[in-house]
Write a protein that binds this ligand. Structure first.
Ligand SMILES: [Zn+2]
Length: 252
């Protein structure tokens, strides 16, 4: 089986040393789960501390024109907390509260995230790849650029000195990578945690997971199988059984 991720020679690295503390940054409440949920769960099982940062409130994440955005945002916060606890029990979850669809790459968002990086001091960051081509959703693009700029601001002492002491993570892993160069392999437990975390987002079953009826066990089984097959296809690039792909930047 060939992989769609690695163009010619396969990934150039595999499995970084598990972080002491990882900060995972997503535009919407389910993005981290889709892009890196198995890896986050694996590291948590290996003892990593985890901080989730969710930049927008997810208030536009529905196909129902009658839905109340505030109600949806509150519901999605609850779903995100349950999902975080499923991947990484005891994890911190930070909600930055930008309106869904209106996240902007600019000074305010970079400062917000720089402050969080300096406060939590993660040694590894996980974020959207801002250089992913032909991506339509503006929040994903913005979240990626905010994360990369906040990392640079957080590590350099003369950037935003009013926001606390500088802190340099050792690695940045970008999910939905435009050019993946790195695999994190997953065991069964980590894959299961990813699927269960995704299923915590019940408000997204219809729009993102093709589960029209949450009581339909066949549809849920189909979703579980689709997540497994995606991890198998990714892992096949390196003869691994299950994996998630990233663009790893280790010169931070
Ligand atoms: Zn998203």
């Amino acid at each position: 089986m060939t992989s769609t991720y690695f163009k010619e020679s396969g990934p150039s690295s595999k499995n970084i040393e598990p972080p002491k503390k990882v900060m995972a940054i997503g535009a919407h409440p389910d993005d981290i789960e889709f892009g890196a949920g198995g890896t986050i769960a694996k590291w948590a099982q290996q003892g990593s501390e985890t901080v989730f940062v969710i930049m927008t409130d997810g208030s536009k994440g529905t196909w129902n024109p009658e839905a109340d955005p505030l109600e949806l945002a509150l519901r999605r916060q609850g779903e995100a907390r349950r999902a975080a606890g499923t991947m990484a029990p005891g994890a911190a979850v930070e909600f930055l509260g930008w309106t869904d669809g209106e996240l902007r790459h600019g000074e305010r968002a970079v400062a917000q995230l720089c402050h969080l990086i300096r406060t939590h001091q993660p040694d590894v960051l996980v974020a959207h790849d801002p250089w992913k081509r032909y991506r339509l959703h503006p929040d994903h693009r913005a979240a990626g650029f905010i994360a990369t700029d906040a990392l640079v601001a957080a590590r350099d002492p003369h950037f935003l000195p009013e926001l606390g002491r500088h802190h340099r993570p050792r690695a940045l892993l970008l999910f939905e990578a435009d050019e993946a160069n790195h695999l994190e392999t997953l065991g069964e437990l980590a894959l299961r945690a990813k699927v269960e975390a995704l299923l915590c987002h019940r408000s997204q079953h219809e729009s993102s997971m093709e589960i029209n009826d949450p009581a339909d066990l066949a549809e849920i089984a189909g979703f579980r199988q689709a997540v497994r097959e995606a991890a198998e296809r990714t892992g096949a690039a390196d003869g691994a059984e299950l994996a998630e792909a990233f663009h790893l930047i280790s010169e931070v």
